[in-house]
Design a protein around this ligand. Structure first.
Ligand code: GLU
Length: 505
């Protein structure tokens, strides 16, 4: 068989905000597609109308726009395998359900929800399968006339997949190898419901993967238990030859303790589990997002890429292009990956350091404006450049470190430890002398100040830097003094120095 073009898909259900695990799934699909010159498809799996949440689809699209992960085809992108929203494909699914019914691979079940409940009460761990279906109300157990009568009377039905027991089903998984499950443990899954004329996830998923010519199904480990059923469906349709290869990604685990990462872990430990802030339209609850919390999209992708995979070296920082080059789906771990959100902070710090100051400046400008400060963008950029190496996790962390660049200290408090320690009885006189020296400088550049002040300090044995910092900052923080005074300029520098002398004496 000729090599097929690699086609992978991300197929979320629009049931709410996109979980961060879903973002990692999409990222791995994207990396896989790009490294194989393949295509990446965005499909919306919205056949469960009871779980549909308005706004979720747009939220998911916006998340990937922010992250910089493009799709080649799909909802909102177009393509010639559409429609890509499952709710718009009803007739297609009906056709394939009929095909399974005609081939005897599926059957109608007319059991009412009450009857099923009663059965579950009566038999512990009741499962609808080869051993029980004979005693239920379905087209295999009931006489044909009875089935016809019920349908004519307008009874609702579901279509169930007829699973033959006692067969080892093999799933060829790129990460987990040959996964074998005996068909006897599977139940006759519902594939279609007459009540809403819609297929269930399983049927729609298989039909679409086939029609959309998907070659590799890369998805979360939570779908591993469904995969034998999916293999059987492929075979029942006669599509075994073009069955995609599977890869079930490692689960994301809680940062501490055992179990799956949940939104509650994020609330408890203070990190987002969603890419963007999410406003739940039903409850009104607002959940934090990576974007609004101040993460850079590059940092989020880099962090996620290494949850469940690594390049086999110590390299941690990598661009999307490098990830495309290095990623190897077969080297993903089988075991779950702890969601080390502290490492996520480290990535953000590293990416802030790497990024151009000019690119970071607009974000800091927003924060300045929120504090009522309007400054020319070059000055905002200069401050970011001077201060970003102070181990900040987020650009917003710059504000408390940088306020004095824009706001002169009002009061000089001796309560402040740094002030108390560094403003001694000579300080006022020394600062007056230093101010006079600075005033005589025509060139107020960093270099010119440094030359003059260093010479003066050497000649007089003065150590003016800490009291000078008290005068310009009001406390013990900030960059190199020359950088600061050059930034403030001559007038503002002298003004602050004289004010400190006046207040502190
Ligand atoms: N709609 C499923 C989900 O929400 C897709 C699972 C799959 O990729 O097969 O994750």
């Amino acid at each position: 068989m000729a090599q097929r073009k690699v086609r992978v898909r991300f197929a979320p259900s629009p049931t709410g905000a996109l979980h961060i695990g879903g973002v990692r799934t999409a990222l791995y699909n994207y990396l896989f597609a790009r490294q194989h010159d393949g295509e990446f498809i965005f499909r919306i799996e919205d056949t469960d109308s009871t779980r549909f949440v308005p706004g979720a689809e747009e939220y998911i699209l916006e998340s990937f726009r922010w992250l910089g992960i493009p799709f080649d085809e799909g909802v909102s992108f177009g393509g010639d395998h559409g429609p890509y929203r499952q709710s718009e494909r009803r007739d297609i699914y009906k056709h394939y359900v009929k095909q399974l019914l005609d081939a005897g691979r599926a059957y109608l079940a007319l059991d009412t929800p009450e009857e099923l409940d009663a059965k579950r009460q009566e038999v512990q761990n009741f499962q609808y399968d080869a051993s029980t279906r004979g005693g239920m109300r379905n087209s295999l157990a009931l006489p044909a006339e009875e089935v016809k009568r019920l349908l004519d009377e307008g009874h609702q039905y579901v279509v169930r997949f007829k699973i033959e027991p006692g067969e080892d089903v093999h799933v060829d998984d790129m990460i987990r190898g040959d996964v074998v499950i005996n068909s006897s443990i599977l139940d006759d899954k519902v594939l279609y419901k007459s009540a809403d004329e819609l297929p269930t996830y399983h049927l729609a998923n298989i039909v679409d993967d086939h029609l959309m010519e998907i070659t590799h199904v890369i998805r979360g480990a939570e779908w591993l238990p469904s995969s034998p059923l999916h293999v059987l469906l492929y075979r029942a349709f006669g599509w075994a030859d073009s069955m995609p290869k599977f890869a079930h990604l490692p689960l994301l685990l809680k940062p501490d303790g055992k179990g799956k990462l949940s939104k509650r872990d994020g609330d408890r430990l203070g990190f987002p589990v969603f890419p963007l802030e999410w406003h739940d339209p039903k409850t009104g609850e607002v959940s934090s997002g990576y974007r609004e919390s101040g993460y850079l999209p590059e940092a989020v992708l880099n962090f996620l890429a290494l949850l469940g995979w690594n390049p086999g070296t110590d390299q941690e920082i990598m661009s999307l292009d490098e990830m495309v080059r290095l990623f190897d789906i077969t080297k993903c771990s089988k075991a779950g990956a702890k969601f080390d959100y502290v490492k996520g902070l480290w990535f953000n710090r590293e990416y802030i350091l790497k990024k151009d100051n000019a690119e970071l400046a607009p974000d800091f400008d927003k924060i300045l404006r929120a504090h009522g400060i309007e400054a020319p963008m070059e000055r905002v950029e200069a401050v970011v450049g001077m201060m970003k190496m102070k181990k900040i996790n987020f650009i917003k962390d710059l504000w408390p470190l940088c306020d004095f660049f824009f706001i002169a200290p009002e009061t000089y408090s001796k309560e402040d430890k740094f002030v108390r320690k560094n403003w001694n009885e000579n300080a006022a006189a020394d600062m007056t002398e230093l101010a006079a020296l600075l005033e005589r400088l025509d060139d107020f550049s960093l270099e010119s100040q440094k030359a003059a002040v260093d010479r003066w300090a050497e000649e007089t044995g003065q150590k003016p830097w800490n009291p000078w910092r008290v005068a310009l900052v009001g406390t013990g923080k900030g960059p190199d003094m020359y950088e600061l005074s050059a930034f403030l300029g001559k007038d503002e520098t002298l003004r602050r120095m004289r004010k400190a002398v006046e207040i502190l004496k």
